[in-house]
Design a protein around this ligand. Structure first.
Ligand SMILES: Cc1ncc(C[n+]2csc(CCOP(=O)(O)OP(=O)(O)O)c2C)c(N)n1
Length: 514
């Protein structure tokens, strides 16, 4: 068995059986090993950012790492932006990066690069295999590193000769590491704060946003009168009918400040002390009001559901303490396409157990309240702010959950970064409905231009913000990659197009013309 086969067999025997790949010459033994070693599902992505984003989506939905297979430093570099997003989502991923053969590396052939250096910026664990004899052990160590709770990015660099030389067999990674429990002192402290009666915000993210975590938060809110919110962005939130509906801290500082201004305490459950996404002249960076005390109850690696359970226990908060919620009722929209009618149409269309991937940027800023009473679903967001996240993440989520419908909502600007995902969706027959909000501008940046006080944009500045010339035809682009699509310009047509797209198996695209 050569090193490449040892690696694939080690991954499979360790429970890692999906690989999002874009190979080159240095990975040919690994490609051959996919045939030789059964059990690995290999999914080709036509750009490395598709592979890394797909691995993020896969990890968010399964809690397990996938492999990516990338071509030397430059291939890895193409995948870095979505690894950055995945790192912030605390997704576990094992990157396998082929490299020049050990003896060829000093010759400085064209693709030779500092793969290790580039990997370090986004990886919690980096190793270069030194000899084929070590491949099995190194691959098992990479899987173990990626499974470090709650999930981490591990990058294993595999020089070509370590892939084709004889391996020492396979290894097996130890079982997943469990989340650390929680600090009872931190829970006692949170209980003391909540008993104190001063206005308190319970700020949640990560594993606290499961159905169970949210139900416990609802009890605590009902019992103590505290407010519960999510971070502006969250890796995954259980939402929809029957679940505790919470709002998020708005992105826009002017909207966030008044919402937070009266809180005397913020209790953090995996979340971070709220900060503005960017600095702006004459605006604060920290969003909490002066004098507000921040208390951390759990960090990202701890068991927040258990901590919330203990907190509910300490406060004697029962399921009966949950208050009924007034949610926006579902209603079929008609007439013009507006942000409100789009939200209504999506709320009506979300099927039971759907996965919604949200890169809707400015179009979707108000989507949360109107979709709160939709059928139960999971809502995934971009944790690192690097756009081009949603179409790959939707692809990986669909590979992870073939029985669930994935709805990918994406701005037209964001869609153009990693649109190749559609080709992978078509080839794999994935159940993804991509909705492109075609407003023909980087609308968010038009707002930021004002927000940073850059003045009035002239023609050249506007040319950097508008994407209307030439018009991008998303239906034609989708067709070219094997995905049927249609464009809509009214709410009525959007409702129809959504119903059709969701009813059909396989990928679909809807261009929403704003
Ligand atoms: C990798 C990366 N490049 C550039 C940006 C800056 N940026 C943020 S949002 C955005 C455009 C978003 O446009 P679109 O998806 O059409 O949404 P809209 O703002 O129109 O709602 C850009 C270029 C970024 N966040 N990440």
């Amino acid at each position: 068995m050569n090193g490449a086969e040892g690696l694939i067999r080690t991954a499979v025997s360790s429970g890692v059986d999906v690989c999002f790949a874009n190979p080159g010459t240095t990975e040919m033994q690994l490609v051959a090993a996919l045939d030789a070693a059964p059990g690995m599902r290999a999914v080709l992505g036509l750009f490395e950012g598709v592979c890394t984003g797909a691995a993020d989506g896969y990890a968010r939905m399964t809690g397990r790492p996938a492999l990516t297979l990338l071509h030397l430093g430059p291939g890895f570099a193409n995948g870095i932006a979505n690894l950055h997003n995945a790192r912030r989502a605390r997704s576990g991923i094992v990157n396998i990066v082929g490299d020049q053969a050990t003896y060829h590396r000093p010759l400085d052939a064209p693709l030779t690069a500092d793969a290790e250096g580039w990997a370090r910026g986004v990886s919690a664990w980096v190793r270069t295999v030194q000899t084929a004899g070590r491949v099995g052990g190194d691959a098992a160590a990479a899987v173990q590193a990626a499974r470090t709770a709650p999930g981490a990015i591990a990058t294993l660099i595999l020089p070509a000769d370590t892939a084709w030389n004889e391996a020492d067999g396979i290894a097996q990674a130890p079982a997943e590491s469990q989340r650390a429990n929680y600090s009872s002192q931190a829970v006692d402290n949170a209980a003391k704060v909540l008993r104190g009666g001063a206005q308190t915000l319970l700020l949640l993210t990560g594993s606290a946003l499961t159905e169970q975590g949210l139900a416990l938060a609802a009890q605590i809110a009902g019992k103590t009168g505290c407010k519960v919110m999510g971070q502006t962005y969250n890796p995954r939130m259980a939402r929809g009918k029957g679940r505790f509906a919470i709002d998020r801290i708005p992105y826009v500082i002017e909207q966030a400040l008044p919402i937070l201004k009266d809180f005397k305490h913020i209790v953090l459950v995996e979340a971070n002390d709220p900060v503005a996404f960017f600095a702006y002249p004459n605006k604060p960076s920290m969003l909490k009001p002066q004098g507000c005390e921040v208390h951390r109850m759990t960090s990202g690696a701890e068991n927040s559901v258990a901590a919330l359970e203990a907190l509910a226990g300490a406060l004697h908060a029962q399921p009966a303490d949950r208050q009924p919620q007034k949610l926006v009722e579902l209603a079929k929209p008609t007439g013009a396409l507006t942000h409100a009618s789009i939200a209504q149409a999506i709320a009506m269309a979300i099927p039971e157990n759907a996965i919604v991937v949200d890169e809707s940027v400015t179009t979707g800023r108000g989507f949360f309240p109107p979709t709160a009473a939709a059928a139960p679903h999971d809502w995934l967001q971009n944790m690192g702010g690097s756009i081009g996240f949603s179409t790959p993440v939707a692809t990986g989520a669909a590979v992870a959950c073939p029985d669930r419908k994935v709805i990918c909502m994406v701005g037209d600007g964001s869609a153009m970064y990693t649109l190749q995902s559609l080709w992978t969706q078509a080839r794999e027959g994935l159940n993804v409905v991509t909705i492109v909000f075609a407003n023909r501008i980087y609308q968010i940046l038009r707002g930021e231009f004002d927000g940073v006080g850059a003045g009035e944009p002239g023609q050249r500045a506007l040319d950097m913000l508008k994407i209307d010339r030439p018009t991008i035809d998303f239906v034609a682009l989708a067709k070219g990659m094997g995905v049927p699509g249609r464009a809509v310009a009214t709410a009525d047509d959007f409702v129809k197009a959504l119903a059709e797209a969701i009813a059909e198996p396989g990928p679909r695209l809807i261009e929403v013309q704003l």
